[in-house]
Design a binder for this molecule. Structure first.
Ligand SMILES: Nc1nc2c(ncn2[C@@H]2O[C@H](COP(=O)(O)OP(=O)(O)OP(=O)(O)O)[C@@H](O)[C@H]2O)c(=O)[nH]1
Ligand SMILES: [Mg+2]
Length: 461
């Protein structure tokens, strides 16, 4: 395919040591050569591919030096977009990169839309749609695990699986075709029935397996939203600090220290957590604290996991009991903290309240019990549901929706066979399943969807 030549700043806006302006398209070398003056008058178009060159960007109108640069020259097809690509490394700083970009735009390049470089990689057949989406996930990954999932997807792990399933469906369709073309053979019908059920069952199971990973996939990508709650002064902020191994939250002996929700990302034994420390929940006259308490109640509702902290050296109060009520039915780990002090809490009552939850005891001051807590978090996450370490995770909402639809259509096909529905009706359901799976990797997707998907990317990617 032939496209015009696009340009964009590919590094984040702001000050940095270097910033990169990227050009992609047939004219990339020509346009760059209009502006670039290398040592000894060297032209980029004569340079060997995948080499880097020192020189200056000259404004052709004034003849003045606009910027001192290093230019990477990469000829297609072994580039990100499969097109000719030029990357101009400028000094970091808004003025300098913008100046270079402006000159490129004045000399034949067009400003790229968000995601247009990746879109070209897709349109030029270097990657499929799920791989392109993985590029975006990779940029947004907040945890190591999320990064690995995205990398796996970018390498095409999910694509291969989907292709395999589509191949299976094609084979089923071939049998159906035989049945339609040669209905006069009696045994054909029986055989088709058998093969159809067997293969469809396999495809269905595989889709279900993928869908089961989707919850974990989402968590791996965004982190398990984990909220630390409890009365003031029980040690919530101390808990956040000990889980992230850093003093991120202010800890004092004054009840009501934390006023706003504090957010930190941390990896606990392979489980990515988005950890939220909240203001201690209590009735209060202090207006700032009251807003904080209200926020605590709100984040509570959206949590995947609750760490409910109690004070061993204090009696249980009505507020503690209320917090238990508020988290009923959620995944909760109850933490009885300050074990180093004298007991005042009624442990029998705590155990009763924690019947459906995990219970650990800690002394955060003495750094005791944190291991047990980490263990409890990891086992909650990995218990039963998650399988081998490097399996393929589905984490993208668009993929999940398509897989769900594919599951429905294959179900309908199977029900049709069971009920003796005419085979050409079954064929329609099977074909639809094949198409839906194709949409995941970008076969048979509508152009407007492609535009919309890529527009979610950042500029210059
Ligand atoms: N003795 C003892 N003190 C602790 C322990 N954990 C925390 N503390 C102390 O308890 C006080 C309160 O700790 P924070 O972590 O600020 O408590 P919090 O729950 O965040 O309090 P608010 O933000 O006010 O709701 C501090 O003085 C901590 O040093 C513990 O295990 N033992
Ligand atoms: Mg606090």
């Amino acid at each position: 395919m032939e496209f015009d030549t696009i340009a964009a700043i590919s590094t984040p806006m702001g000050e940095g040591a270097i910033a990169i302006v990227r050009l992609s398209g047939d004219q990339a070398f020509e346009i760059a050569d209009r502006l670039f003056r290398g040592a000894g008058g060297k032209r980029l178009k004569d340079a060997a591919s995948h080499t880097i060159h020192y020189g200056h960007i000259i404004d052709p109108k004034t003849g003045l030096i606009a910027e001192e640069v290093m230019v990477s020259a990469m000829k297609g097809p072994k580039t990100f977009t499969k097109e000719d690509v030029i990357e101009i490394n400028c000094h970091g700083g808004l003025i300098s990169v913008n100046r270079v970009l402006q000159l490129l735009l004045n000399n034949g390049a067009r400003l790229a839309e968000p995601g247009e470089f990746t879109k070209r990689a897709f349109l030029n057949g270097r990657i499929d749609l799920s791989q392109a989406e993985a590029v975006m996930d990779l940029i947004r990954a907040k945890t190591d695990r999320a990064m690995n999932v995205a990398l796996g997807q970018m390498e095409g792990r999910l694509s291969k699986l989907i292709q395999k399933l589509r191949q299976e469906i094609l084979e089923i369709l071939a049998h159906v075709e035989v049945n339609i073309d040669y209905p006069e053979y009696d045994d054909v019908e029986e055989m088709t029935h058998h093969i159809l059920m067997e293969k469809s069952f396999y495809v269905k199971k595989e889709i279900e397996k993928l869908l089961r990973t989707s919850q974990q996939g989402k968590i791996l990508r965004e982190g398990l939203s984990t909220v630390i709650v409890g009365r003031p002064n029980v040690g919530k902020s101390s808990l956040l600090n000990s889980l992230v191994h850093e003093n991120k939250a202010i800890v004092t002996d004054i009840p009501g220290t934390t006023r706003d929700v504090i957010e930190e990302y941390v990896n606990v034994r392979g489980v990515p957590l988005r950890l939220l420390d909240t203001a201690g929940i209590r009735e209060t006259e202090d207006i700032v604290e009251r807003i904080g308490v209200e926020k605590s109640r709100q984040v509570l509702k959206e949590a995947d996991l609750i760490l409910l902290v109690l004070n061993y050296s204090d009696e249980l109060t009505a507020e503690d009991e209320n917090i238990f009520k508020a988290v009923e039915g959620m995944d909760v780990i109850v933490i009885v903290n300050k074990m180093d002090l004298d007991q005042k809490i009624d442990m029998e009552r705590v155990k009763e309240l924690s019947k459906k939850h995990k219970l650990v005891t800690t002394s955060l001051l003495e750094d005791k019990g944190v291991d047990d807590l980490e263990e409890a978090i990891a086992s909650l996450f990995f218990e039963g549901t998650i399988e081998a370490g490097d399996m393929t995770y589905v984490s993208n909402t668009r993929h999940i929706a398509l897989l769900n639809q594919a599951l429905n259509t294959i179900d309908e096909a199977m029900q049709g066979v069971e009920m003796g529905t005419p085979i050409d009706i079954v064929q329609i359901d099977l074909t639809r399943t094949w198409e839906l799976l194709g949409e995941i990797i970008g076969d048979s997707v509508h152009e407007s969807l492609i535009d919309q998907l890529f527009s979610q990317f950042c500029l210059g990617k």
